[in-house]
Design a protein around this ligand. Sequence first.
Ligand SMILES: NC(=O)c1ccc[n+]([C@@H]2O[C@H](COP(=O)([O-])OP(=O)(O)OC[C@H]3O[C@@H](n4cnc5c(N)ncnc54)[C@H](OP(=O)(O)O)[C@@H]3O)[C@@H](O)[C@H]2O)c1
Length: 338
Amino acid sequence: MKAIAALGPSAAHPEGLLLDTTLSFPPLPGPRDLRVRVEAIAVNPVDLKVRATLPGEGPGRVLGWDAAGVVEAVGDGVERFRVGEAVIFAGALRRPGCQAQSVLVDERLAGRMPANVSFAEAAALPLAGLTAWEALFEQLGLDAEGGDQGRTLLILGAAGGVGSMMIQLARRAGLRVIASASRPQSQDWVRRLGAEAVVDHSQPIGPQLDALGHATVDAIANLHDTDAYWTLMAERIRPRGSIVALVSSQGPLDLNPLKSKSARFCWEYMFTRSEHQTLDLAVQGQILDRLADGVEAGSLISTAHTRLQPISATFLEQAYALLQEGHALGKIVLSDWA
Ligand SMILES: NC(=O)c1ccc[n+]([C@@H]2O[C@H](COP(=O)([O-])OP(=O)(O)OC[C@H]3O[C@@H](n4cnc5c(N)ncnc54)[C@H](OP(=O)(O)O)[C@@H]3O)[C@@H](O)[C@H]2O)c1
């Protein structure tokens, strides 16, 4: 099968290298596995983080954890899907990625693909949708069904992959979203997705919150730089509010400023369930099904913004270069094999 092998940094290729290659098809699926024919993929910063740790020579590794495709074989114990059904999934970081024509994924980590979108549109949903859902409704403890109507959520770095899903999910749950975006295009994008107000993260954010009449907010989702926004978050979180962050800090974080407010801080890591094989692993498949329901009902839209074709080392390198610029709108997706 066709696949793309990633090599880590070397003297000749300081960013790493991607190579079109041919691999044997994955072995027969394990008891809970689906073997999926990959039709479209999305790229994520985690791909680049993993690529940076790979050796600069050798056979390379297949990256990519965001895909839409069709089930082509199932393991003995599979209950949720049949051959021929279309699915979306992020999968598990410890397994080979989806930048190959065929990949194995545990059925509990897969969800059905919405019937009203293309494979490319569907590939934008899983990793960012799972992260946004878990961050909002599990880690921040907000109510997906509208029980937190009117509460305010500040999203730092809102126009990218995760933020674009988070704005929609939060709005749908009745939250008032203040989104950070620094450019006219990204500000327009977050407004269109449902942000009520926008702050520019290239300028000090505190005074902008004051000007909006939101000196403090009920919840904060930091999708960018935990250290850089730590003081702002500690100052601006409302007493008994909650903060979630996605990106590891460079140094220790001082939790003391949150004490007098009884404010909560938590991490979100989308691969926790698969990495630790938690007992509630199957919740990820359920979340993906709920995202599919939302897309079919029209309460969520795919955030596929930049589309490249076909899936090849050349176009994947283009996608990674765009991602590395750090100003992606929504998701960058690739579809179809040459
Ligand atoms: N823990 C997890 O499970 C998990 C899951 C997914 C992602 N992540 C991490 O979360 C981060 C975001 O992921 P993503 O996929 O959303 O990335 P992304 O799509 O590449 O994010 C791009 C966005 O970052 C914004 N940005 C640039 N500079 C910023 C700044 N100084 N402050 C705030 N925002 C800024 C840009 O907005 P402007 O263009 O308007 O400047 C752009 O829209 C990455 O570090 C990723 O590795 C973690």
